[in-house]
Design a protein around this ligand. Sequence first.
Ligand code: NAG
Length: 369
Amino acid sequence: MAPKTMFSFFLLFLVVEFQTSFGQDSVNGAYWSADGGIAASDIDSTLFTHLFCAFANVDSQSYAVTLPSDSFSQFTATVQTKNPSVKTLLSIGGGNIADPNTFPAMASQPSSRKSFIDSSIAVARSNGFSGLDLDWEYPRTPGQMADLGSLLDEWRAAVDAEAASSGKPSLLLTAAFYYAPTIVNASDDSIDYPVEAIARSLDWVNAMAYDFYDPSWYKLTQAHSALYDPSGGPFSGSHGIQAWITAGVPAEKLVLGVPFYGKAWRLVDAGNPGFLVPADGAAIGDGNIAYKDVKEFIAQNGATQGYNSTIVSNYCYSGTTWIGYDDVQSISAKVLYAKDNRLLGYFAWQVSQDLNWALSQQAKESWEA
Ligand SMILES: *[C@@H]1O[C@H](CO)[C@@H](O)[C@H](O)[C@H]1NC(C)=O
């Protein structure tokens, strides 16, 4: 072999080594929700490195992971048609899981954890997924957090053992967690995530940096997914990310969540729109409004639009409706924050709420800028 060719091989070897020993490439991710209203074949998968297929169920008796429809079995092949290198992860659970007691019960016993883990791996492999994503919203007690830690460690051991015996690359193992490593429960107790098991056993954490406020309970207009809170309060994406890092999950295992939806408050006084002004509930539906519907609301009502760069949130208003949401400016600022802080990447909830891929495109461009 000529020296030059040898040298090229050496370089190639280095590149491959770096990729395997330093973990993941970056994550430009998004969830696809089966009931979001678009087919998997409609996703512009060229805009993503990872797509999360949401949600698989957990049987409340056997703790087996089950797929709700054929679209899940075909998801990977479908999205890889446009982008053969996109990786897919099967997301399990979600905020609207049929029985909220299933995760706590499953995680509480070694035998039920094993049923869940073994079945999750089998389902992922037989349906072509590259990984598994846990969406347990949320563990509520210190005991449940400890059980979560056991689950993650045993899951990692099982995933590694399966890779060793099958000769395939390990399945990715991720979880969507609260935006910060501590949850304050209904009794005002602070419940900590099992950060050591998380840092040890997960490839990364999707930090759900949204839903900080909701018109159903917060009686002032607010940004539900601000990146910063200049008053120093805890409800901001940057606060959550820094808290995860301080708690012991390294930045390169954190992925910042961005919402493709806003929240619509009903103003008490139409003549007084703004941040932190009195509101009395949701202006539209339950208050959650997809980005594409925000843009339609703006077009139909000639709504006034603005961007608050101090906190990183777009907003618009017309009549007694005030909406805080993420448009291209907010998405760009958040993605740049993720990049500047050397996070692994970002993910969006969820693709069907985008309009003509404007937000997905902006996120990718900002990450690559
Ligand atoms: C931006 O948001 C902050 C916090 O809600 C608020 O205090 C400030 O007045 C807002 N700025 C503008 C220009 O609306």
